[in-house]
Each structure stands twice: as C-alpha cells, then as structure tokens.
Design a protein around this ligand. Structure first.
Ligand code: SAM
Length: 286
C-alpha cells in the first residue's frame, strides 16, 4: 500500500472523546490542544499506524468512514444525517448503476453519498437553486473525489422542472417537496422511486396529497432513531445524548404508466453515452 498522501482525509483517533478528521497538507503541522505532529511525519504512514504529538499524546491514523466524511463536509446548510441516509439507500435501492435526481444539493453531503453508491455506472443529477450553496456542494463533492459521477445544475426544480428523464430515484431534500412532485412524475421511469426528507408532519401531509394526485403509490413514512451504547467495565448503558429528530423519510413509487418516462428510458439505452442523460429543457421535451 502506498501510504497516506497529501489531500487525503485521515481520522486521528485517541479515544471516544479525542479524535479529529483532518485533511493531510503538504506542509505544516497537524495541531490540536494535545500538541502537534509535522504533516511530513504522517505522509507515507499506513492506516493503523500510531503517531505521537510533541506532547507525547498518541493517535492512531484511521481511514475515515463514509459517515465521518459526510458529517465532515464544509456546511452552509443543514445536511442529511448518516442515520437517515443509511436506511434511505436500502429502502430506495440506491446501488451501483442507478440514476438519481437530487433536489436541494445544499452542502453536498447527501450528494457525496449518493455518488459513492451509484458509481461507477450510475449517475447523480443534483439541482440547487442558490448559487452560493451550489458552489459549496460542488467543492465538497470534488474534494471527496466524486465529481465524475455528479452533474450539478443551478436550477429551481419547482419552477423549471428537472430537465432530465429516465430517472430511477428522485431524492428530495427541500422545504416544500410537494412542489417537486409533478416534475418527479415526469422524470421518473415507470415504478421509479420517490424519497423526501422533511422535518415536520405538516410537510408530510402536503407531500402525500401531491404524490397521490400524481400517480404515486406505496406511500410510507419512517423515522430513524439511533442510540449509541456505552460499554464500560461497570456496566453498559445508552449515551445520555443522541441526535434524536432530524427528518421523516417519505417513500413512494410511481404507479401509473408514464409514457414520457419510458420514451426517455429508450433514449438513454440507445445513446452512445450509455446510461448518461443529457440535461435538456424539460418543457421542450414534453
Ligand atoms: C436542507 S438543504 C439540503 C441539504 C443536503 N441534502 C445536504 O445533505 O447537504 C435544502 C436545499 O434545497 C435548496 N432548494 C430549496 N428549494 C429548491 C428548489 N425548488 N429547487 C432547487 N433547490 C432547492 C435550498 O436552497 C437548500 O440549499
């Protein structure tokens, strides 16, 4: 194995309280309140090796998990949480080769995970209406090496639609998901899946109404609660604090035969780019 190189993210682990996710730099030092270590000393090390700060505090160099990387993105918006995303991936069958359209790139935390799961044959089309957030999302996804599998576009999907068809899964993380439903109905392949994340029950009511009106079925809502256990010699018990409520996960599948979507599917299969769709003006393709 080549060893740790500049630009890589490394998880410095001392114990459950003292740990850091840091990007390796060419020059300078890793620094924390327990001392510093020159980056030159870390470059070339293998994961699992133990290094010491100048104050003698040891850290094991670990490879960050996808959850660490997701939580560690530069944030300009609230982000989706690993506990929700884990279930979403399974329930919506987001796997290699799947074409996902994401509405609300935000900080790109979810975009990164979606890209990691659909690559190498699949693709993520990620839409964001605010340029300042789009920039952050693009930078985060590029920093994590997934840009090849994502097409970002500055677009208000509620007003302009998706501009893509033949989508397997729409993942919607915006305050008004019901405004996206009519466009998702056109963009999805037959039996394609809808997933939305909403923090309040009022949003779920509106979303359900819109999904029902636009031919979706199998509407289900789930909330994921994750509680860490502390295993101590004196006894095991749950941690007092937890990330409790984040978002409800709403799922549905499009039921009615959708001729627009099946035509688009053919276009993809026959295109020289294989599973890639070109972005086009949705109105012109209707
Ligand atoms: C909660 S953030 C998404 C966070 C993202 N899932 C993440 O994990 O980093 C919601 C984003 O949706 C965007 N948004 C809201 N309505 C939209 C619309 N109609 N079209 C495109 N983006 C929209 C907002 O600008 C905001 O950046």
């Amino acid at each position: 194995m080549a060893g740790i190189t500049p630009g890589e993210q490394v998880f410095f682990y001392h114990d459950e309280r003292l740990h850091y996710l840091r990007r390796v730099l060419e020059k300078g030092d890793f620094e924390c309140h327990k001392g510093r270590i020159p980056w030159g000393q870390i470059i070339g090390c293998n994961y699992g090796e133990v290094v010491k700060t100048h104050m003698g505090v040891s850290f094991t160099l670990l490879s960050p998990s996808l959850a660490d990387l997701m939580i560690g993105v530069k944030r300009r918006t609230t982000i989706a949480y690993p506990k929700d995303v884990g279930y979403m991936l399974l329930r919506a069958s987001i796997a290699p080769g799947v074409r996902v359209a994401e509405v609300g790139s935000g900080s790109g935390a979810l975009t990164f995970i979606l890209a990691r799961y659909v690559q190498p044959q699949g693709h993520v089309y990620s839409f964001e209406r605010r340029p300042e957030f789009l920039e952050v999302a693009m930078a985060n996804v590029a920093r994590l090496g997934m840009e090849e599998f994502v097409t970002f576009e500055l677009r208000d999907v509620e007003k302009q639609g998706f501009g893509v068809r033949g989508i397997d899964v729409c993942v919607v993380d915006v305050p008004e998901p019901w405004g996206i439903v009519p466009h998702a109905a056109k963009a999805l392949v037959c039996a394609g899946r809808w997933v939305s994340l909403s923090p309040t029950t009022e949003q779920l009511q509106e979303t359900r109404k819109a999904l029902g009106k636009h031919g979706f079925t199998r509407f289900e809502v789930w909330e994921v609660m994750l509680r860490e256990m502390l295993i101590r010699p004196q006894g095991a018990r749950p941690r007092e604090r937890m990330i409790s409520h984040t978002a409800y996960l709403a799922f549905a599948e499009i039921a009615e035969h959708n001729p627009d979507a099946s035509n688009a599917q053919q276009t993809i299969d026959n295109s020289p780019a294989g599973n890639r769709l070109s972005l086009q003006d949705e109105e012109s393709s209707i």
